[in-house]
Design a protein around this ligand. Sequence first.
Ligand code: LRH
Ligand code: MN
Ligand code: MN
Length: 388
Amino acid sequence: MTTLSPDILAELERQAIELPSWAFGNSGTRFKVFSTPGTPRDPYEKIADAAQVHAYTALAPTVALHIPWDRVDSYDGLRRHAEDLGVALGTINSNTFQDDDYKFGALTHEDPRVRRKAIDHHFACIDVMHATGSRDLKIWLAEGSNYPGQADLRGRQDRLHESLKTIYDRLGDGQRLVLEYKFFEPAFYHTDVPDWGTSYAQVAALGDKAMVCLDTGHHAPGTNIEFIVMQLLRLGKLGSFDFNSRFYADDDLIVGAADPFQLFRILFEVIRGGGLNHPDVAFMLDQCHNVEDKIPGQIRSVLNVQEMTARALLVDREALAAAQRGGDVLEANRVFMDAFHTDVRPALAEWRESRGLPADPMTAFAGSGYLARTADERVGGTQAGWSA
Ligand code: LRH
Ligand code: MN
Ligand code: MN
């Protein structure tokens, strides 16, 4: 059995992956949303489910909220509820994509009234952050156009800067703005923040408290995502990850399910860039579980990240650097692939047990009866938020 050195275990011990509250709601496609018995009926129950993931893995100490999907009367109360369950509230995600006013944009809209409304929504999110103790305001904008000529691309970029600046100036001490990019959808011709370069240009113009969010599902097929990770870390502007995996578009499937090797390559660059447990980088999941059970889906996800992190930590970086310096292409590739092909699961299981965790969190959770219990208790669970 492969053993993991004390240094590697110390790194893994500090690994923290934030869960999205919306992963615990029902979700689907525009064709059908399947409901699951026991689905949370409110943000309190979503957090209770997220706390299960942490209880079985010790990997997921925080939960991200999406506003207004996770609207509650008292965010202070929600914060205490989370703490009672052994987790904390994390990133606050704004939402300017489900309101008729935003049909032609929000922060980029031609009409100052609509821009003001979108900015005010972000101010409200910052108020929530003060109550929850959250550090990050994550902004993803569903803004763009469908037809050439429909929109003034340049004017929209200028308005985007002005709006973001107004939001940025409202941030408190220790708070950050994280701007997420996505190459298409819902707009199909142009998107106002389509790529890391645009996100970088916009956040660089704001200041040190503004960073880029990289959602792994938001790139064209074949994009070398680890290169982008390297570059953003090099520039000191990688603020967070939204991890998930994709076969076709923004599939939001379990991270590491479609392409574990890509996840390994990304995590290798994170480590190479000093980023694992890096204080500037929030490691989040952004997933939906349309057909599988949601809590086990999240447990599987955090375990996948942990497993690929352990493999990436196993890369013999000295041997790799020597082969790279010597121009030994095949040796460099062998060193890299050796780590990727190492089965770390038995070593991780043993280590988990030594920390009082179940060796196999999936089986332990399945045996706990939690899903059957919540199915009995909760009637009428809500959707992930898409129609909330
Ligand atoms: C957009 C996105 C963004 C949203 C989430 C629900 O596709 O990745 O992060 O907040 O999905
Ligand atoms: Mn995302
Ligand atoms: Mn997405």
